[in-house]
Design a protein around this ligand. Structure first.
Ligand code: OAD
Length: 249
């Protein structure tokens, strides 16, 4: 049975749970897509761990500045815009993202729960103090080059990007809010995620277990064995605007 869009129109609380796929149509690489995914081309142990950063801070800092520069040049796509528009159509919407970019905010979404941190937030690797001043983005960072990280104003330790690296805990308060929303919502839209990284990946299952309807938006098939789990195959920038048109016509 296909998903009935009136369930979305009647929902009191909608959770939208996004992954890298929602930003793909803005030209931002996902992590696990074959050939184009970041982890097909780069080593996560070297670039997404505190050990890798300590081993070669300039390599890792330069890589994150390259990603930051790519995102600064990108624009929110029709998927981000549809999610922001959906918030105005339902009594309550909680947006939970695994993404470290700011494209949801730039599309107009507010109070976004960033489970894996944000690329534009920086703190000291040694004393964890947030950066006092905005961190300038060198013009040529987009090409990817070694850049020495700025130093902490307090202890002179290297600044690190405010993203969650492998082996690190997710921000506890953010995770709790996301779990609470998953348990309380009527409909959860899971958009553009492979669902492979825990604990974020448990959010759609948590919503299902609490009685919600879960809709996966993805060009790749997602297993939907549960009677309240549905698949809307396709790109977020195409499927989400169409879903809104059907639900709120
Ligand atoms: P992945 O790269 O694992 O998965 C991206 C998903 O998006 C795949 O299922 C694609 O099929 C789908 N996709 C691609 N293009 C799409 C489009 N236009 N519309 C909708 N879906 C599309 O990315 P995530 O699931 O977000 O963690 O990865 C989870 C975490 O793994 C990331 O947050 C990151 C990474 O290691 C940290 O940085 C901690």
């Amino acid at each position: 049975m296909p998903f009935d869009p009136t369930l979305l129109a009647q929902a009191r609380h909608v959770v939208v749970f996004t992954g890298a796929g929602v930003s793909a149509e803005s030209g931002i690489a996902t992590f696990r897509d074959k050939l184009t995914g970041l982890w097909a081309r780069f080593d996560p142990a070297q670039l997404a761990s505190a050990e890798g950063f300590r081993a070669d801070p300039a390599l890792v800092w330069g890589w994150y500045q390259m990603r930051r520069a790519g995102i600064a040049k990108a624009e929110p796509n029709a998927g981000h815009l549809a999610i922001a528009a959906l918030a105005a159509q339902v009594p309550k919407l909680t947006l939970v993202t695994q993404n470290v970019d700011d494209l949801h905010e730039r599309a107009g979404s507010r109070a976004v729960l960033h489970l894996h941190g944000r690329l534009n937030a920086f703190r000291c690797l040694d004393c964890a103090r947030p950066a006092d001043e905005p961190v300038a983005l060198p013009e040529d960072a987009v090409h990817g080059r070694r850049i020495e990280p700025p130093r902490c104003a307090c202890c002179a330790g290297p600044l690190r990007p405010g993203v969650v690296w492998f082996g690190e805990m997710l921000p506890e308060a953010v995770l709790e809010q996301a779990f609470a929303a998953a348990r309380q919502c009527d409909v959860l839209l899971s958009v553009g995620t492979s669902g492979l990284v825990q604990p974020a990946a448990s959010i759609p299952r948590m919503a299902l277990a609490a009685g919600a309807t879960v809709v996966h938006v993805n060009p790749q098939p997602v297993p939907c064995e549960h009677p309240r789990a549905f698949m809307l195959p396709g790109k977020a920038g195409e499927v989400l605007p169409q879903l809104l048109r059907q639900a709120f016509a």
